[in-house]
Design a protein around this ligand. Structure first.
Ligand SMILES: Cc1cc2nc3c(=O)[nH]c(=O)nc-3n(C[C@H](O)[C@H](O)[C@H](O)COP(=O)(O)OP(=O)(O)OC[C@H]3O[C@@H](n4cnc5c(N)ncnc54)[C@H](O)[C@@H]3O)c2cc1C
Length: 406
């Protein structure tokens, strides 16, 4: 019998296994797929954005009770992540939005170093071992699909979320938790492109631009993000949309939400109206479509102005002030309605998971089943784009790996 069984060889499970084994526990880590850390390998386009310089800021973490994440994040800070991985031999490079990547630019190095540390501290690693049943009969017993059983004094469930079924993600881990009495909050795709009912967007398919995108939260506060916006046949994507989706998707349960896109980030309609006036005064003979050359992409401007009902061929010298002001307002506050997320196969994380009301935030141990711990994405905490989801996986993995009171 082992002291600790870890179910799931992703970021949170590997971290939990290392912490438990380094504290002297006999640990077995059971991973359903043939490889450890498959999501780490594909993360950050194969480079793994493993944390963020702003990782200690709780505002980047969301869920039904986002404050649940505070203890883990306070116990395992960004500094701790840097020194843990630094000690493994990983050096960091900081990129835009304060994201941190391995200097090697290879996610594989993160997995290799974690696996090396696990072996170094004696973690038994069983891949291709999918756990489908868990029972508590004095100790814990878990069964794999091939009938093998493993016994342990405690279990850490770190089986991840629902995104990317092709990498083996499913809800068997969550179902085991539910079977032992834990509640699940609604599961939805997060960090995901959004579907729009606006048919004209198909004519803008493939357009990529930098824009400020915002929406009004349920509480009326405007939430905005400025980065790449990609228009697709189904709706919208790009860094800014994926990031906003962490907070927007739960709101879509109540019906479509209107995004507002400012094609001139941080500039007011007054400033844009003035800019147009100057450009139009200089070249009054130019058509409305041509007047944007060098300012906005024709692939965007032509279909958009047509959709808004403008005459593209009209010389700008003949356009009155009122029309110019109206256009400036539209360019700085282009409304796009979105009605839902794309499916889990396009999502980087799962919104929702094991209800945090059933977990002790100080230990990650279940309130209902003593000796059962949770870590990572399967818990109802998700975070913004930019390395925050891994920070949650590392921090909650560390907490779960520490035995209660140790
Ligand atoms: C395309 C993509 C890119 C991403 N990029 C980033 C990024 O750059 N930065 C960032 O912070 N986050 C990123 N994420 C999110 C990040 O990968 C996850 O939040 C993180 O991997 C969660 O870690 P975890 O250990 O909780 O779950 P996972 O990494 O999903 O690990 C869970 C493990 O459990 C195994 N498992 C599941 N069920 C069972 C079972 N019944 N028995 C045994 N094993 C089981 C799975 O095979 C898996 O290996 C990305 C996600 C995706 C999909």
């Amino acid at each position: 019998m082992r002291d600790t069984i870890v179910v799931g060889g992703g970021a949170a499970g590997m971290m939990a296994a290392i912490v438990a084994a380094e504290a002297g526990e006999r640990v077995v880590l059971l991973e359903g797929s043939g490889k450890l850390g498959r999501k780490i390998l594909i993360s950050g386009n194969g480079r793994c954005n493993l944390t963020n310089m702003g990782a200690d800021d709780l505002r980047h973490y969301h869920g039904t009770h986002p404050h649940f994440a505070r203890t883990a994040l306070d116990q395992f800070h960004l500094e701790d992540t840097l020194s843990f991985f630094g000690d493994l031999g990983l050096e960091f490079r900081e990129e835009k939005r304060r994201r941190l990547f391995p200097m090697s630019d290879q996610a594989q190095s993160v997995v290799d170093l974690l696996a090396d540390r696990m072996r170094g501290c004696g973690v038994e690693i069983e891949t291709a071992t999918k756990i489908i049943k868990m029972e508590r009969d004095g100790c814990f017993v878990v069964w794999a699909t091939d009938g093998r059983r493993f016994e342990g004094e405690r279990v850490i469930l770190a089986s991840g979320g629902m995104s990317l079924a092709r990498l083996g993600a499913d809800r068997t881990g969550m179902d085991m938790a539910v079977a032992s009495g834990h509640r699940l909050t609604p599961l939805e795709p997060g960090l995901v492109p959004l579907i729009s009912p606006e048919k004209y967007l198909a004519r803008l398919q493939g357009v990529k631009l930098r824009a400020e995108v915002s929406f009004a939260s349920a509480g009326g506060r405007r939430i905005s993000d400025t980065d790449d916006l990609l228009i697709a046949k189904y709706g919208v994507s790009g860094f800014t949309i994926l990031n906003l989706s962490a907070r927007l998707v739960p709101q879509l349960r109540g019906g479509p939400v209107e995004l507002r896109v400012n094609l001139f980030p941080n500039q007011s309609p007054e400033a844009i109206s003035e800019k147009l006036q100057q450009r139009w005064q200089r070249h009054p003979h130019r058509t409305l479509a041509l007047s944007f050359a060098g300012l906005l992409s024709a692939k965007l401007v032509r279909p958009l102005l047509r959709h808004w009902g403008y005459d593209l061929e009209r010389p700008v010298g003949k356009i009155d002030k009122k029309t110019r002001w109206h256009l400036a307002q539209q360019l700085t506050s282009w409304p796009i309605s979105v009605s839902g997320p794309r499916p889990f196969d396009y999502a980087e994380v799962t919104i929702g998971g094991i209800n945090t009301a059933d977990i002790n935030p100080d230990t990650m141990e279940s309130h209902l089943v003593p000796g059962l711990y949770f870590a990572g994405e399967m818990v109802d905490i998700h975070a913004d784009l930019g390395g925050f989801n891994f920070q949650w996986a590392w921090a909650s993995g560390v907490m779960a790996g520490r035995r209660r009171g140790s």
